[in-house]
Ligand binder design. Structure first.
Ligand code: PLP
Length: 449
């Protein structure tokens, strides 16, 4: 360990040695030359070590739907840490994990009644895929092993998730991935859909590609289809009208499980508890994470339909039914934070607020359409994707500059993917803050023209 490191107490908000931390999904060398540091947060803002207030246009990383450092959530975590720090959920249990599971199951549509906890969205996805495979095994159809994802899909970074995912850079460096995976086409077509507010009219027919895939492989080999109801990390692609309904119908026709990855769309982002509710399409499993406790303590999970759970509940009662789980599944701090967060969502009517301001949000974001280099804007719920024209020979540079200048010069946090800016502020945003955010984003887009 370096001398500089030994001097550093580890408590300083501005560490003097940035080398040791290999940052995820980050240009490390560029960051370490000129870091974007955050040391505090409150409600709609991040706070830098030098005290600048940064308007959070991204809910952190699509996580902090209730806003930052909300008192009831902070207090619930503090209380829980003092009461029960950790208890295993392998063969033991603690009350709050059960309470939270019941609350989540109540919020989920139909008979999505059982919650399996993980610690992240990636683990939620891999868990759902494993449940699907084990479910068919338990039903005596173990030949159903094929998993169908979608181009441009993001399902985290586990081997299952990157295999069914469709983001090229997340796949191409990591070998052969899972075998027996196929992909639906993505649903974006700029010529047909540009500047659409809400669900685009064009594209439902793309679900019929599932018929082609079924014809190729035969339904008897296919375990599950997994899609994000609204693709988020690829740059915000709302589902075309009728698309999800058609996917559901084809899955029903061939007895294929349908998994919605709601790691981003869950917990109010689209004005309902889950996108499944908003779109009126019930999947067989929902993956969640992030906003379940407003990003405060790592937690994710899978909500499974009753029939799936019941399929496993057979055989001698002392035998484990599903050989899967994580040391921290249903961690007490995460569960306590989850209960406090769901209370806050309800007490402050945050999902209803999101629904009520959706049009206002869309109108405000669409004012950016005439700015330089804006190729397309898509909005849905409290989300927006803004495609910028790439700089010649430097894909991603313009959006990177926008994110960087936004943070340094305009006190705003925006998320980027490729040359797309993604906006997803905390759900507590006011109309005045929407205007402030869009004003800042407009300045940033001009600054990178
Ligand atoms: C749809 C979707 N699935 C899975 C994940 C992975 O979640 P995590 O980063 O918590 O593993 C994400 C993260 O953004 C996501 O958007």
């Amino acid at each position: 360990m370096s001398a500089a490191h030994e001097q550093f107490s580890g408590r300083d908000a501005a560490p003097n040695d940035l080398e040791a931390f290999w940052l995820p999904f980050t240009a490390n060398r560029s960051f370490k030359k000129n870091p974007r540091m955050i040391s505090g947060a409150k409600d709609m803002h991040y706070i830098t070590p030098e005290g600048r207030k940064i308007l959070d246009g991204a809910a952190g990383l699509w996580c902090c739907n209730a806003g930052h450092n909300r008192k009831p959530i902070v207090e619930a975590i503090q209380k829980q840490a003092a009461e029960l720090d950790f208890s295993p959920t392998f063969q033991f249990g603690h009350p709050k994990a059960f309470q939270l599971a019941s609350r989540i199951a109540q919020m989920a549509p139909g008979d999505l009644d059982h919650v399996f906890y993980t610690n992240s969205g990636s683990e939620a996805v891999d868990t759902a895929l494993k449940i699907a495979l084990a479910y068919w095994n338990a039903r005596g159809q173990g030949q159903r092993t094929r998993l169908i994802g979608r181009e441009r899909g993001y399902h985290g970074v586990g081997f299952g998730g990157i295999s069914v995912g469709g983001i090229v850079n997340n796949r191409k460096f990591f070998g052969g991935l899972l075998t027996g995976v196929d992909h639906l086409p993505h649903t974006y077509n700029r010529a047909e859909q540009a500047f659409s507010v809400g669900q685009p009219e064009w594209g439902a027919h793309l679900a019929d590609e599932l018929e082609r895939i079924v014809t190729l492989h035969d339904a008897s080999t296919i375990a599950a289809v997994i899609v994000e109801p609204m693709a988020g990390s690829t740059g915000v692609l709302p589902p075309p009208k009728g698309y999800l309904e058609r996917l559901r119908a084809i899955c029903d026709k061939y007895g294929i499980l349908l998994i919605f990855d709601e790691v981003i769309s869950g917990f109010g982002r689209l004005g309902t508890a889950f996108a499944a509710e908003r779109f009126g399409v019930q999947p067989d499993m929902i993956c969640f994470a992030k906003a379940v406790n407003s990003g405060t303590v790592p937690m994710g999970g899978v909500i499974a339909r009753k029939g799936i759970y019941d399929t496993f509940m057979k055989g001698p009662e002392h035998v484990i039914e599903l050989f899967h789980g994580y040391t921290y599944s249903g961690h007490p701090l995460a569960a306590a934070a989850g209960l406090a967060t769901l209370d806050l969502y309800r007490e402050e009517g945050m999902f209803e607020h999101t629904k009520a301001i959706e049009q206002r949000w869309a109108d405000a974001v669409m004012t950016l359409r005439s700015l330089p280099n804006v190729l397309d804007i898509r909005t849905l719920g409290l989300v927006a994707g803004i495609d910028l024209a790439s700089r010649p020979d430097a894909f991603g540079q313009r959006a990177f500059d926008a994110m960087d200048k936004g943070f340094r010069d305009h006190d705003v946090m925006i998320r980027i993917t490729g040359d797309t800016l993604a906006l997803s502020p905390p759900l507590m945003i006011t109309e005045a803050q929407i205007d402030e955010l869009i004003d800042k984003v407009g300045k940033v887009i001009r600054a990178v023209a």
